[in-house]
Design a protein around this ligand. Sequence first.
Ligand SMILES: [Zn+2]
Length: 502
Amino acid sequence: MTDLLIAGGRVVDGTGAPEYTADVALVGGLVEAVGDLAGRPAARVLDASGCVVCPGFVDVHTHSDLTLLSSPSAHSKVRQGVTTEVVGNCGLGVTPVLGDLAPLRGAAGYLDLDPAVGWDWADLPGYLDVLAGRRPSVNVAALVAHIPLRAGVVGFADRAADAGELDRMCGVLGDALDAGAVGASTGLVYAPLTFAREEELTALARTVAARDRLFSWHIRDYGDDLLDSVRQVLRVAEATGCRTQISHLVAVGRRNWGKVARALELIDAARTRGADVAVDVYPYLAGNAPLSQLLPAWAQVGGEAAMRERLGAAAVRDRVREAWRDLPNGWADITVSRIPADRPGVTGRTLADLGGADAALDLITEFGNAVMMVAGGRSEDDLLAVLRHPATVIGSDGQALDLDGPTGTGMPHPRSYGCYPRLFADHVRTGRLPLAEAVRKCTGAPAARAGLRDRGELRAGMAADVVVFAPDRIADLATYAEPRRYHRGTRTGEVLRAGAGG
Ligand SMILES: [Zn+2]
């Protein structure tokens, strides 16, 4: 007998095809049938009339590697319809642990909200075992992150990897891909990746391409050097034939607005030449990252501990202040969103408010890579151009969080609670993006980028990852000031109560 019959909804199947009215039958964790199934015996029936019924959202860009261990119920994500999280983005990851844990943990501070989580694994299979033991409410696919590879093999020095080190990195990467990773990621603003030469990126891309997996890039610069940074990705993609993703394509700083259109032209030209290059984006005009990302590369040599010590010297602070005169964003655009301490009057305030460059330097000196910022200075026209591009898929760049417990602190970016409802409220209901195309960008398209063949489309035989939402009512309620608010307009609660959540 069918476990759950979702009756009479507007089926949007994730391929971009037009919607049609149908019933959806789920059994044993799979989609059993889609069609006119009136009268079919079912343990539970969910009346979906007036609602969109579509595949669960595949969030191709997340940083939930560790938060899923602290908060496996993952309410911030599963409630907005996300059923698959792709972790390990932006070069930030938790495996493999090749050397000392402390410098790696320092470099990946962005992921590390909960000191109680022990890193009790050495490699990807070990991490996935620990994760499976926590029984997360979402499916998880992993990218192999470049930071643990380079930190473990080369360390934090500003130098090219030698031939032996390149071989070792590619060998470890290949092992992790063979163990089930769906791809790799780099993040060229983060130490030690800011020291990686193009030869290294090309070698990694070849390793990924040999297994037909995905290589995701947080590119070298999203500000003044956006276009050269995009050109670098395209060079490597075309030299290696690697399936390639440019993460969160944006232009930071008013003087760079409009460059996104040129970046999309470069990407289109490469695609026309046969390169498999696509883009992800989240529907907000501010990003979220470690504050230390703003530091020049030379200030990050040696890793987090060396960086913090260096920033204690007056002459070093003067040099950083000098470099920061030319930042594309002003301090008023940057809000401190999290510090790993209970200190009133810091979180939620802009750096302009807190004292500008000196305050930023003090915070990084004290807390290293664990100081998070929400940084604005982006253009709505740029966002729309990226959202509408056929090669763009949605990735929240957020984390699976809960209201309470170790992931319920600080002022997270609201995308962790509202990314998908916001897309449908701000861009579909307003007519900027057709419904079927928006659903494709959240389901079939990101599943294809990640190489997931058993989900992302709603048809018989696929995983029973299904979202039911009211398209006229769905809306995000999380804001920068009140980020930990669930949205309205999905039927997650009802489906979870019916015991058939995918
Ligand atoms: Zn990211």
